[in-house]
Ligand binder design. Structure first.
Ligand code: GAL
Length: 823
């Protein structure tokens, strides 16, 4: 009997494999939309006249196209992030697909979107940061013309920063069997991992829209390694319950698992296939990783190894490209962050794009996935508090279901600096949100960013979450840990230092506001709730059990131009007092992606590859023969500074210091200038020429940097980040535009206007320069250099290959031409 069963099973397995086909169709639904900013509600109708509407491909952010206007709120970037617009698209679903289920997946629409198919309202979603799936089958005319119309109507001040506007993430069309694996329907956990094996627990939700249960159903899950080799598989019979659903639980073993880790972000793939009477009718693929995470009082452990979290907060925009999702631009952001030494990203303060999570998985970056910036009580007029009551549970569950298989995600944040920290009600909400997180995912802890930590403790919110995140409270780490011996504490948001790239004012002192609307780049400025990076370093170093930090922020972002504009951080205020300051100064990297000095300060603390960095620039003729304070950021033991070949002495890191002011009281009465164990400094009697910093480790030279005094701007240099791009209509090359003197020395003060001509299979996607107070358009064929640099971003044309020629010219400068290939 047993033998017979075994034989049958082998035959069945064999037949299952041979009949496997690609049964589910999933295609991009991004191309050929029509767009118009109009309030005309008749635009949902099929017969509506859309001739003359603009044709475009998604993802699209209408607000980034500008123009900047003083009457638009600078808190959200001085750009038109509000209004009503319609997107329309005609499409055909082949007649042969009749009987299938047709769904649309929107990765995110900013915001307040309503979807109509052939004139009928089918869906509405207020939150712009979450994705959704719509079953449009009942509304489709198979084999005929169909019309989708999407109304998008974001309001002013829907966020405290620039959220973008429009269908700004990808859209997908799926055609699948009425019996299929649910949207976000797989959940893969790894309850037990050893060197020998990893136990996988896989739950698969299947739904039956057909309502006909005849036939025998089986679910097969095959695990493939990176090379596509099958490493485990399981097949189970299943039946539908009265709701026409089925939950299949499968346990599999992967022998000798390859662990997902920073340097080896190894990903496996689970392919789930439904068989009806041995015929494959649906399949679904889930990427996942095998790794252990552990949070203790002693710190965070990845695969059993203690790792300090060296994190940054990132908002959702991609600088000059706006909020429209782009894979390469997202990848570039993360590459730059990794160079700084970052190992973790906080998706502040909302669910992020699927692309960013996919990239974090592939690049070995940890993620704190955050759901909300506010709960019931809002922070701006039209932010999420308006939808809280009706939507928060669905939005949170959807984020958890969408994202729970990403190995990069290590914690779920239920909120950032929510107002309810200060009330008893906050505890109830926190409890319910934590409950939802644990219901949906047992494998990760919950957290929140508390800026009002004492209140969050008093009102019980801090006790509700698994990890206590403190925003800007390094002085409370020790006390909080002491008073709550079971709590695990870390810096969910830190520093908030502000600066403008390459901008220096002497004498160095703490300024609140400058006429130039820039901020000194000596890395000592910060709003009164914040502090320079050194202060956080000090507390992280002295309390090793603190998990680490998430710096505010990795990149500059559009909106929230603190210290300019705005009365305080959280209320409506008039943000336009300092027009045209329109984007943040918080980034370690500017809006164009150029590192500021702070980038190197973090690099000196977070990386081991020997580096030295000198600031400021060395062009102080106009300033006279005065003493220039020079900082050097390094991870070497000591640095010797030379001016025109003459040694100015060696300084040892961590020794030549005056103590940094680490208490908040002291910091609020900030000194104008300071030395810290994390910086080396010299006061240099200025003479033009060359300043060289030589870094030593164990007495041996391991790194050096030189900066030179530049003479007049003479020519343009173009440096593409990639000189071959894909002809997919989405790929980008980021071209750094540098102004140099006749000897190819970088001109750190140049502000020449550069004109661009791009010919061949590419277009200009954006220009930028990192100047937070520039209202030049981002979509233009010109840009002024800001402190010597600007940026040109070109985009390939779909299906068109060949040489792209880029010419840059500027009055009085030698032009430059380069070629980038599109393949
Ligand atoms: C925090 C807030 C962030 C940002 C930051 C600026 O309080 O969580 O979103 O506003 O301040 O310092």
């Amino acid at each position: 009997m047993n033998k017979l069963f075994g034989l049958l099973l082998i035959i069945l397995l064999f037949s299952c494999k041979t009949t496997e086909t690609q049964v589910r169709e999933r295609d991009s639904f991004n191309d050929n939309w029509l767009f118009k900013k109009t309030k005309d509600s008749l635009a949902s109708a099929v017969e509506f006249d859309d001739s003359g509407w603009r044709q475009l491909n998604l993802p699209h952010d209408w607000a980034i196209e500008g123009p900047f206007k003083p009457e638009y709120n600078l808190r959200t970037g001085g750009l038109p992030i509000f209004g009503t617009a319609w997107y329309r698209k005609h499409f055909v679903v082949d007649a042969s697909k009749k009987g299938s289920i047709v769904t649309l997946e929107f990765d995110g629409v900013m915001n307040n979107s309503t979807v109509y198919i052939n004139g009928q309202k089918v869906y509405h979603r207020p939150y712009g940061f979450i994705g959704f799936e719509i079953d449009i089958t009942p509304y489709i005319n198979f084999g005929k013309d169909n019309l989708i119309a999407v109304e998008v109507s974001p309001e002013v001040l829907s966020a405290r920063w620039y959220p973008g506007a429009g269908i700004y993430r990808n859209v997908w069309l799926e055609i699948k069997n009425p019996i299929h694996i649910r949207h976000w329907g797989t959940q893969i956990t790894t309850p037990n991992i050893t060197e020998q094996k990893a136990d996988l627990a896989i739950e698969t939700k299947i739904e039956n829209v057909q309502n006909d249960q005849k036939g025998n159903y089986r679910l097969q899950t095959i695990i493939y390694d990176k090379q596509g080799k099958e490493v485990a598989s399981k097949i189970n019979d299943f039946k539908f319950n009265s709701d026409q659903e089925s939950l299949v639980q499968q346990n599999l073993i992967v022998e000798k698992p390859q662990l997902w880790d920073f340097k080896t972000p190894y990903l496996y793939k689970a392919v789930s296939t439904i068989y009806k009477d041995d015929v494959a009718i649906d399949n679904y693929s889930t990427s996942f990783g095998i790794r252990t995470i552990e949070f203790t009082r002693d710190g965070f452990f990845l695969n059993g190894r203690k790792e300090k979290i060296k994190g940054v907060c990132l908002h959702n925009d991609l600088g000059p490209l706006g909020a429209a999702v782009n894979y390469r631009a997202t990848q570039r952001q993360l590459e730059i962050m990794k160079k700084m030494g970052v190992n973790a990203i906080r998706t502040s303060h909302n669910p992020t794009s699927p692309e960013q999570l996919e990239l974090c998985d592939k690049m070995g970056l940890l993620v704190m996935a955050e759901a909300f910036d506010c709960w019931h009580e809002g922070k701006t007029e039209n932010d999420y508090h308006k939808y809280w009551e009706d939507w928060h549970e669905k939005d949170l569950r959807d984020m958890l279901r969408r994202d729970r298989n990403h190995p990069s995600i290590i914690m779920w944040s239920i909120g950032n600096e929510v107002r309810e920290q200060g009330s008893k009600k906050g505890y109830e909400i926190a409890k319910s949100l934590v409950g939802i997180c644990h219901e949906e995912d047992v494998s990760r802890p919950t957290t929140a960013g508390f800026n009002n930590l004492n209140a969050a403790i008093k009102n019980g919110l801090a006790d509700e979450v698994d990890l206590v995140g403190a925003n800007y409270k390094p002085t409370l780490y020790a006390k909080t840990r002491e008073e709550h011996p079971n709590w695990i504490v870390y810096g969910s948001e830190t520093a908030s230092c502000v600066s403008s790239r390459g901008y220096y004012v002497l004498p160095v002192k703490k300024y609140d506001k400058l006429k130039s609307l820039q901020v000194n780049s000596y890395d000592i400025d910060s709003p009164n709730w914040a502090y320079p990076p050194d202060v956080e370093f000090h507390f992280q170093d002295s309390i090793p059990g603190v998990l680490g930090e998430f710096v505010w922020t990795g990149f500059d972002y559009l909106g929230e131009p603190t210290p300019y504009g705005g009365k305080d951080n959280l209320t409506h205020g008039n943000w336009n007092t300092d027009w045209p300051s329109r984007s943040s100064y918080f980034g370690a990297v500017d809006l164009a992606g150029f590192p500021k000095d702070r980038f190197y300060l973090y690099q000196s603390q977070w990386t081991t590859e020997p580096m030295v960095h000198i600031l400021p620039h060395w062009n102080w003729e106009g300033y006279g023969n005065k003493i220039i304070p020079v900082y050097c950021y390094t991870n070497c033991d000591e640095v010797e500074l030379f001016l025109n070949g003459k040694s100015l002495g060696k300084k040892i890191k961590g020794v030549d210091k005056t103590q940094i002011p680490v208490s908040f009281g002291a910091w609020n009465g900030r000194p104008n200038y300071f030395d810290s164990p994390y910086r080396l400094s010299w006061n240099v009697d200025y003479k033009p020429g060359e300043l060289i910093a030589v870094g030593f480790k164990s007495g041996k030279e391991v790194a050096r940097e030189s900066i030179k005094t530049a003479s007049e701007p003479n020519k343009i240099e173009l440096i593409p980040d990639r000189s071959i791009i894909y002809a997919d209509g989405e790929d980008l090359s980021f071209i750094t535009v540098k102004i140099e003197d006749g000897n190819s020395v970088f001109c750190p003060l140049a502000d020449n206007l550069v004109n661009f001509k791009v010919s061949g299979p590419a277009t200009i996607a954006a220009v930028g320069n990192g100047n937070a107070a520039s209202i030049e358009p981002f979509q233009a064929n010109y840009r002024k250099a800001f402190n010597g640099l600007c940026l040109l971003v070109i985009k390939s044309k779909k299906g068109e290959t060949g040489d792209i020629t880029i010419e840059a010219s500027s009055n009085g400068l030698k032009s430059k031409t380069i070629t980038v290939k599109s393949e």
